[in-house]
Design a protein around this ligand. Structure first.
Ligand SMILES: NC(=O)c1ccc[n+]([C@@H]2O[C@H](COP(=O)([O-])OP(=O)(O)OC[C@H]3O[C@@H](n4cnc5c(N)ncnc54)[C@H](OP(=O)(O)O)[C@@H]3O)[C@@H](O)[C@H]2O)c1
Length: 210
C-alpha cells in the first residue's frame, strides 16, 4: 500500500514509516524541507530495506492511498485547506493531539480537522495515546503488547487502519465512532502526567484487560 505521512520527518512520522516500510509498504514522507526529508527517507530506506521517498506535503497527500496526519495540531487546519482535493475520499489517519485547543469533551481534534478539510474523507483517529518512544517497542519489557486505541465512522477504513496498527506491533482496540476521539484527546495529557509519576521515560501505554 502507498502511505503518505504529513510531518514525516517528525518523531511519530519516522517511527511509523520505519514500521510500515519493514512490512513492504511504499512510504512518502512529506515535509516542508526537501533536503531534510530526502536525508530522513534515505536513512529509513537504508535501515529497513524498504521503499521510502522524501517529498513535499502536496506530493505525500497525492501519492498516499492512506495519508497520516502527523503535523502539530495547530498547523493542521491551514494545511488541510491547502491540500484540499488531494485528500478527497482518502483514508486519513489523524494522530494529532490538540492539548486543549478544542472545547474539551464537546468536540475533538479529528472532528475539527474533518471540518477544516471541507471535502469528504475517511477519517480514523489512531496512535494518539501511544508515545513515539514506544513505536519500536510494541511489546513492553514484561512481554505485554501495547494497545493502540482507534475510532472512526467508516468501518472499511477502520479495518485498514486496524491492520496497519497490527503491523506496527500494537493491539488495535476499536473505540467506536469518530466522536470517541473526544475521550482519546483527554487521555493524552493524563497519560503524560501518569508517565511522569512512573519516572517520566515516555514509555507508558494504556492497556485494556478483560
Ligand atoms: N510525540 C509523541 O509521542 C506523540 C504521540 C502521539 C501523537 N502525537 C501527535 O503526533 C503529531 C506529531 O508529533 P511528533 O512528536 O512527531 O512531532 P515532531 O517531532 O515535532 O514532528 C512534527 C513534524 O511536523 C512538521 N511541522 C512542524 N511545524 C509545521 C508547520 N507549521 N507546517 C507544516 N509542517 C510542520 C515538521 O516537519 P518539517 O520540519 O520536516 O516540515 C516536523 O517534523 C502531533 O500532532 C502530536 O501531538 C505525538
Amino acid at each position: 500500500m502507498r502511505i503518505g505521512i504529513l510531518g514525516g520527518t517528525g518523531r511519530m512520522g519516522r517511527g511509523l514509516a520505519k514500521a510500515w516500510a519493514k512490512k513492504g509498504h511504499e512510504i512518502f514522507l512529506g515535509s516542508r524541507f526537501p533536503d531534510k526529508v530526502q536525508q530522513v527517507a534515505q536513512q529509513i530506506a537504508n535501515e529497513t530495506g524498504g521503499k521510502v521517498y522524501g517529498v513535499d506535503l502536496e506530493t505525500a497527500a497525492d501519492e498516499g492511498e492512506v495519508v497520516v496526519l502527523s503535523l502539530p495540531y495547530r498547523t493542521c487546519s491551514d494545511w488541510l485547506k491547502r491540500l484540499g482535493n488531494k485528500l478527497r475520499g482518502k483514508i486519513i489517519i489523524d494522530i494529532t493531539n490538540p492539548f486543549g485547543a478544542v472545547p474539551e469533551g464537546q468536540t475533538s481534534g479529528v472532528e475539527e480537522n474533518a471540518k477544516a478539510l471541507e471535502i469528504p474523507a475517511r477519517w480514523v483517529a489512531a496512535f494518539k495515546t501511544n508515545f513515539w518512544t514506544t513505536l519500536d517497542s510494541p511489546v513492553n519489557k514484561d512481554g505485554i503488547t501495547r494497545d493502540c486505541f482507534f475510532c472512526g465512522d467508516d468501518n472499511e477504513a477502520k479495518k485498514v487502519v486496524a491492520e496497519l496498527i497490527s503491523q506496527v506491533g500494537f493491539r488495535p482496540v476499536d473505540c467506536g465512532p469518530l466522536k470517541a476521539a473526544r475521550i482519546l484527546d483527554l487521555m493524552v495529557p493524563l497519560m503524560i502526567d501518569l508517565d511522569r509519576f512512573f519516572g517520566g521515560k515516555g514509555v507508558c501505554s494504556w492497556k485494556l484487560l478483560d
